[in-house]
Design a protein around this ligand. Sequence first.
Ligand SMILES: NC(=O)c1ccc[n+]([C@@H]2O[C@H](COP(=O)([O-])OP(=O)(O)OC[C@H]3O[C@@H](n4cnc5c(N)ncnc54)[C@H](O)[C@@H]3O)[C@@H](O)[C@H]2O)c1
Ligand SMILES: O=c1ccn([C@@H]2O[C@H](COP(=O)(O)OP(=O)(O)O[C@H]3O[C@H](CO)[C@@H](O)[C@H](O)[C@H]3O)[C@@H](O)[C@H]2O)c(=O)[nH]1
Length: 472
Amino acid sequence: MVDVKSICCIGAGYVGGPTCAVIAYKCHNIKVTIVDLNQARIDAWNSDKLPIYEPGLEEVVFDRRGKNLFFTTDVDAAIEEADLIFVSVNTPTKKTGMGAGMAADLAYIEGATRRIAEVATRSKIVVEKSTVPCRTAESMRTILEANSTGSIHFDILSNPEFLAEGTAIKDLLNPDRVLIGALQTPEGISAQKSLAAVYQNWVPEDRVITTNLWSSELSKLAANALLAQRISSINALSAICEATGADVDEVAYACGRDSRLGSKFLKASVGFGGSCFQKDILNLVYLSQQLNLPEVADYWQQVVIMNEYQKKRFVRKIISTLFNTITNKRIAVLGFAFKKDTGDTRESAAITLIKDFIDENAHVAIYDPKVEHEQIYMDLAEPGVVDNRKQLEKRISICADAYEACKGADAVVIVTEWDEFKSDQLDYQRIYDNMHKPAFLFDGRLLLDAAQIRAIGFKVHIIGKNELAGTA
Ligand SMILES: NC(=O)c1ccc[n+]([C@@H]2O[C@H](COP(=O)([O-])OP(=O)(O)OC[C@H]3O[C@@H](n4cnc5c(N)ncnc54)[C@H](O)[C@@H]3O)[C@@H](O)[C@H]2O)c1
Ligand SMILES: O=c1ccn([C@@H]2O[C@H](COP(=O)(O)OP(=O)(O)O[C@H]3O[C@H](CO)[C@@H](O)[C@H](O)[C@H]3O)[C@@H](O)[C@H]2O)c(=O)[nH]1
């Protein structure tokens, strides 16, 4: 077993940054160096304005930075110094070639692995932190072994990350479980124990689960698929609720009280977003297809199909309610991040919705408390279209607050469940007074008290609720 004294994390993103900052925070005797090829990102980690917004992150980073936590682009030096290396690079869905639109692009994993093989002059534990297809560790091992010389030995572990954005620090400080997969050889088991010992500085022993490598890799894809499946299930039910007068919050509550089901991840919404769910399910679908299991592939694919349906269904409802046209109407979109408490917009439902509104020739006024304005332009730009930015600037306005976005609007659409949009935080009377009439409000997050908002005069539609519910 190795007494880990120095850790390198390759990839200073949403996972590498917070995860390894928390290790530094909890293990003062371990030197943690987080590296990235992206100079701007590293500069931001070394500045007062960190590159990602995450509640509690600043406290952790500012407490340890310069003591046992370092951010640098000197990848080689950090690899060389480390006893244990986390590979926490991006694994996006492939855009072209074999498996395009489904398979994970493993080019970054391979790049980082090859760099470790080239630079290391002594044995290391290499840990897959990124989410990867089942059996990726085998490819990493082959690359490392083929490129290592003499007595250098690499042990590969799988240690998938389960943090959710917006609650990353809380999740890391108090995880439900830490999963460590290893080859079940004496060396593999010893490496597994070395990493477990790092976590046991703050995670109770019974929450550290050890499995074989392949179970660990597959468990990550499985956990995300199961979580997303619950959302698609409740979203499918939300359509039935709207058609029947059942109330999706009441249905979710009644079902969630069954201890076998549990209450979490049953909040109907305008559709799940984020960089992980869709990517990881498609990864699972592709894996199933490759394993010649078409029925299994179709089963998981349906979770993504339902998510797309939910977004389109919401857009259709908005257009039909606004008398079948939104041409030249002002639509205020509250929230652009894929969930509250993050500035991350990857796969946010807001992007799909707003693009549809623009296609229908509406003017879209957007407000989000944390998303950078440039990010919104980037997300809404159509690749390859000349002067797209100018065209976009005519079709959207990015506003400083919710009141500005809603001023003169025909409809308000709540897309992200930020606390500041709740009925007791925003002055909906003021919003109503400044809107065109009839003033429509579409709540894609079940955030508002419909009765209260209707009393002001709004025409309200809430996902999974029927306007006539309870009256007939
Ligand atoms: N975002 C999440 O909440 C989350 C949670 C759990 C797991 N994951 C998984 O973790 C992985 C990373 O996700 P992320 O959101 O942090 O991605 P990210 O894009 O925010 O960060 C990845 C970073 O890796 C860097 N990188 C790529 N190749 C490199 C190389 N060879 N050397 C040095 N740096 C390199 C990139 O520049 C980038 O900054 C993905 O596999 C993802 O599926 C993400
Ligand atoms: O009941 C719910 C719960 C979530 N969502 C939406 O689902 C998406 C994903 O939310 P969440 O899972 O909280 O955030 P992520 O940061 O995407 O985290 C997921 O993806 C990560 C990356 O793999 C995993 O590590 C986490 O365990 C897993 O929860 C967001 O758009 C949420 O608004 C709902 O619509 N209803």
